[in-house]
Design a protein around this ligand. Structure first.
Ligand code: ATP
Ligand code: MG
Length: 206
């Protein structure tokens, strides 16, 4: 029987701001795994960034919408912004399963640096039961995915996959630094995001 499951990508992140690196890996995974759509989900309160200053969720959400609007397969979901407390991926995926129904396969898209931290994520065993992880190559990340897969045993083999993507040495941290120093961010972020950052005077303080 033909596989009739819907395949949905989830691109989680702080997106402070969203940049070309995020868009390129999301599109690469979408094409490779034949995903119907990719949901970009800005974290309201990222657990791993509690001690850092982060731009308001509203600005991060707005920039994600502007960066993705021209791709008919890309959507931005406010699901984590509407939930109080820390933004745990397991809560998000379980909520998405409720929304989309059981006949859906979820593919969580991450850079190779993020997947390296997977064992620290809340309810990671359960998480691996309910979604796949696609780790896109990211420059400067010295790790072997095999170690992480091995760490999770059979579930790791079945659920964690890597994908070679164009390696772009871009990070939100570098973009914030560039803005603070008055350096160009042209082509590192979409033009709409660049204009929004200038107009709203973002990243001048931290
Ligand atoms: P920051 O420097 O503030 O941590 P970031 O550039 O890492 O920002 P995040 O919002 O933290 O962006 O990342 C969201 C997801 O996108 C993570 O899974 C991260 O690994 C991935 N990612 C971000 N930039 C890249 C890139 N250039 N190549 C591959 N993956 C990336
Ligand atoms: Mg990061």
């Amino acid at each position: 029987m033909a596989d009739t499951k819907r395949k949905i990508g989830i691109m989680g992140g702080t997106f402070d701001p969203i940049h070309t690196g995020h868009l390129v890996i999301a599109e690469a995974v979408r094409v490779e795994y034949d995903l119907e759509r990719v949901l970009f989900i800005p974290a309201a309160n990222p657990p791993h960034k509690q001690h850092f200053q982060v731009e308001t969720a509203m600005h991060r959400y707005m920039m994600a919408v502007m960066a993705t609007y021209s791709n008919p397969h890309f959507f931005v979901s406010p699901i984590e912004l509407e939930r109080a407390g820390l933004s745990y991926t397991i809560d998000t995926v379980l909520e998405l399963i409720e929304q989309y129904g059981n006949n859906t396969e979820f593919y969580f898209i991450t850079g190779s640096d993020a997947v390296q931290e997977l064992s620290t994520w809340k309810d990671v065993d359960r998480l691996l039961e309910v979604c796949h992880f696609i780790a896109a190559t990211r420059p400067g990340c010295s790790y072997t995915l095999e170690d992480i897969i091995k760490h999770f045993g059979v579930k790791g083999c079945q659920r964690i996959h890597s994908l070679e993507t164009p390696e772009l040495e871009i990070s939100s941290t570098d973009i914030r630094e560039r803005v603070r120093q008055g350096r160009s961010i042209k082509y590192i972020v979409p033009e709409s995001v660049e204009n929004y950052i200038i107009k709203e005077n973002l990243y001048k303080r931290f």
